[in-house]
Ligand binder design. Structure first.
Ligand SMILES: *Cc1c(COP(=O)(O)O)cnc(C)c1O
Length: 447
């Protein structure tokens, strides 16, 4: 099939996610190498979105490719229901070893959304089955503009109006906290007082409602899908202390920020926090295959143990739980983290990114730049002095991304915020290319 035929069939039969198919312009990728994607016409694009926040070590990493091939020579899939497989066992041990302390038990699923569903249901069942049961704990606390995936439980705790409002009648009730921010602070709140201000709101809610709250669900440090909304330093740690004090579980959704993105292996490490449940997906396999994990503490795990007749087991599972191919490539990804000292190399890349951002920040229509590590959002505004945004429908962010493609860079916007989220393997030269292309794309987009 030639490029035109592919594009035509793409539009006719492949219904794309989060995509208005009426004006969808196909971009058909054929192959990739390192951080570069090639389309069917041979055009090259730097993968500035890490193939939607999941690619870690670049595409076609020899070690990951080999691990997948070797596992393929043994078995591609076998069930985890009452049975096991070699790479998934080894991966569970490795994840427990590198995760924040106390998370010893790994429940596999296949996407970020399912990792969150698992955590929500585990928390619910835990409160009903522990030695001192609390059957009133049925509600969840989550954040405005939070995003946890698109299945209905994950949407219930999600808070992005534009994605979620349509499905409101299908959702369970969630108690909502305002997204803690470091920009657009409420009147009277400064960067120095923001952390205390938002923690006071969390405390007020927990004090009032803790008896019916099963868990608080948070994206640690950065609410990515909200438009790279960064939390004030200290907020996560403060929230951990509050959830302990009020007897509420803390679910950390590190689906986006896990695996090195913020400069540490897990974002929770930045504030020395161990959640009760930890959700991992996107970067888990280095961005190769759909595999997810929900890690739980001994205390939660113990509440599910008992004689068979007590029916205490976790009645939840997915056909491809603990898929051996996914587990094998995830193990290889963890090996690469160690062998190539991936985390140790991040500070130089982050510093280079920040040099570019300092320049871009001076642009007349850049209202705000937020981020941490190799995650960053560049918000375009109509008026920098007042912070007045561009109207949503003007699609300024989208226009900048279309322009960036002409400079050989693939990025995606969230509204009028340009999201920079490259593979950790990006080189310093590639950081330069990425950021210069983005800079050159702003003028045409805001004109
Ligand atoms: C992407 C994302 C999810 C959903 O992951 P899927 O694999 O797309 O289901 C959940 N939580 C966060 C924080 C995410 O960024």
């Amino acid at each position: 099939m030639n490029a035109d035929e592919l594009a035509q069939i793409d539009r006719a039969h492949f219904w794309h996610p989060f995509t208005q198919m009426a004006d969808y312009e196909p971009l058909v990728i054929e192959r990739a190498e390192g951080c570069t994607l090639y389309d069917v016409e041979g055009r090259a694009y730097l993968d500035g979105v890490a193939s939607l926040w999941c690619n870690v070590h670049g595409h076609r990493h020899p070690k990951l490719d080999a691990a997948l091939r070797e596992q393929l020579d043994r078995v591609a899939h076998t069930t985890a229901l009452g049975a096991s497989n070699v790479p998934a066992i080894e991966l569970a041990r490795r994840l427990a070893a590198i995760a924040p302390s106390g998370l010893e038990h790994v429940f596999y699923s296949d996407s970020g959304a399912t990792a969150v569903e698992v955590a929500l249901k585990m928390a619910f069942q835990y409160w009903r089955q522990r030695t001192d049961p609390r059957p009133r704990k049925s509600a969840y606390v989550a954040f405005t503009d939070g995003y946890h995936g698109d299945t209905l439980g994950a949407v219930s705790v999600g808070g992005v109006e534009r994605f979620h409002a349509m499905f409101a009648p299908l959702l369970f009730e969630t108690l909502r906290l305002p997204a803690p921010q470091t920009h657009r602070l409420p009147p009277g709140v400064t960067n120095e007082t923001a952390c205390d201000y938002y923690l006071a709101q969390a405390e007020e809610l927990l004090r009032r409602e803790h008896e019916r709250v099963a868990a608080v669900v948070i994206e640690p440090l950065i609410q990515c899908a909200a438009g790279i909304v960064t939390h004030p330093p200290g907020y996560l740690r403060g929230l951990r202390e509050l959830t302990r004090r009020y007897g509420v579980l803390l679910i950390a959704d590190e689906v986006a920020v896990g695996f090195g993105r913020t400069g540490r292996m897990f974002a929770c490490e930045q504030e020395d926090v161990s959640p009760d449940l930890l959700c991992l997906a996107k970067g888990l396999t280095g961005g190769y295959l759909p595999l997810a994990a929900t890690l739980a503490t001994d205390e939660i795990f113990a509440a599910f143990l008992g004689p068979y007749e007590s029916s205490r087991q976790f009645y939840h599972g997915h056909t491809y739980c603990g898929n051996p191919l996914g587990a094998a490539v995830a193990l290889a990804s963890l090996d690469v983290f160690a062998e190539e000292r991936v985390i140790e190399q991040l500070p130089a890349k982050i510093a280079r990114l920040e040099e570019h951002l300092a320049r871009i920040a001076a642009h007349l229509h850049v209202g705000n730049i937020r981020g941490r590590g190799l995650i960053c959002g560049i918000e375009l505004v109509r008026d920098r002095a007042t912070g007045e945004p561009f109207a949503w429908g003007e699609r300024r962010g989208h226009r900048a991304c279309v322009e960036a493609r002409r400079h050989g860079v693939l990025i995606r916007p969230l509204g009028n915020t340009l999201v920079v989220f490259p593979p950790l393997a990006i080189s310093l030269d590639e950081v330069d290319h990425l950021m210069l292309a983005i800079e050159q794309s702003i003028d045409p987009a805001v004109a």
